[in-house]
Design a protein around this ligand. Structure first.
Ligand code: SF4
Length: 346
């Protein structure tokens, strides 16, 4: 079966023409899939009957099955646990922001990176997601809501720069006007700092926002909580991020998870302010860790977080504390999947 989801217009045209159908039919198929959320070929009534039959026999639009769906009490965050065709599961989250619907997608099943605060890495990396499996996460929310998706954040399970080609292809397709027509400036990709691929991304010609999972103000703490810190020191990671900024002119976000007793002291706040103060056009996003007894990590008190923020801001850095959207539905990456697996094994 030929998977049609995840194919861009040019690829779809090639498939259709090779099968002996006119090129313009490809646009109609994309319209059915991405604008009208019709995935059954026989329901694509504008297509001739022989084409619908050919598509049914030879092609597929693989929409993952929804295993669980959770909505936060305020109705602003919705999280789906999806079952892929091989039985693996991934999560995707919708956040209703004041500016529109934002979807947070996963790029891998599991993750190899081993960050100590992250539930996605508990079982290691299972596999990369294919382009169509990344796109399907956005498509599912679009079809559930019947509303436009405004922005994409690649911050779910997985390290997107370790699944580079499929992730970039998915973002290009989501940008295509025949698909979701989402501007690159409304896409954010978060990486823990795969240096070589940050340089590659800088040359892609897609001006998305880069968010670096920094999470530590020095190499020693970073190595302690993020194994990637042993491969790339902060100097090299920040040099790559600076190059990204210079080539794309896109503001860079530094993500910093606040963990009590590990990276959230007054001294750490001064170190962080010093580290990023000369970085052109950046902002720091402080995130209270979504910790628990299981991982033995906890967020600092509100007062500590406020003090940390004020110290970083005193260096002239734009800094915010992230609103904990979705706390009630475990919307930090990996958490819903872990919870579901635990229930099944009980
Ligand atoms: S924080 Fe991101 S890079 Fe680190 S283990 Fe979790 S998913 Fe992987």
């Amino acid at each position: 079966m030929i998977e049609l989801l995840g194919k861009n217009l040019t690829e779809l045209q090639a498939i259709i023409v090779e099968a002996g159908f006119p090129k313009f039919r490809a646009k109609q198929i994309m319209d059915y899939i991405y604008k009208r959320y019709i995935f059954d070929f026989q329901a694509m009534q504008q297509l001739p009957g022989n084409m619908r039959d050919w598509l049914t026999t030879h092609c597929a639009i693989s929409i993952p099955e929804i295993v669980t769906e959770k909505t936060a009490p305020d109705g602003l965050t919705k999280k789906l646990l999806l079952k892929l065709s091989d039985g693996n599961q991934v999560e995707t989250v919708l956040m209703k922001q004041h500016y529109g619907n934002s979807v947070c997608v996963s790029s891998q099943v599991g993750c190899a990176m081993g960050c100590v605060f992250c539930a996605s890495t508990t079982g290691g990396l299972y596999r990369n997601l294919d382009t169509h499996e990344i796109v399907a996460q956005v498509l599912l929310f679009g079809s559930l809501l019947k509303e436009r998706i405004h922005s994409i954040v690649v911050m779910g399970a997985g390290e997107p720069l370790q699944n580079y080609t499929n992730t970039i292809n998915a973002l290009r397709l989501l940008h295509e006007k025949e698909a979701f027509d989402i501007g690159y400036r409304r896409m954010t990709l978060s990486t823990c700092g795969v240096v070589e691929n940050i340089y590659l991304l800088a040359d892609e010609g897609i001006p998305i926002t880069l968010a670096l999972s920094l999470h530590a103000p020095n190499d020693a703490i970073r190595r302690e909580i993020m194994p990637i810190g042993a491969h790339y020191n902060l100097e090299n990671v920040l040099a790559a991020v600076k190059t990204y900024y210079e080539k794309t002119d896109r503001r860079v976000t530094f993500e910093y998870i606040l963990i009590d007793g590990i990276n959230s002291s007054i001294e750490n706040a001064h170190e962080l302010g010093t580290l990023v103060k000369d970085f052109p056009n950046c902002n720091v996003n402080l995130i209270p860790v979504n910790g628990n007894e299981h991982i033995q990590l906890f967020k600092p008190s509100r007062r500590q977080m406020e003090a940390f923020k004020n110290i970083v801001a005193s260096y002239g850095v734009a800094v915010t504390v992230r609103k904990e959207m979705g706390d009630a539905i475990q919307a930090a990456c990996g958490q819903l999947k872990v919870q579901h697996a635990q229930k099944q094994s009980e």
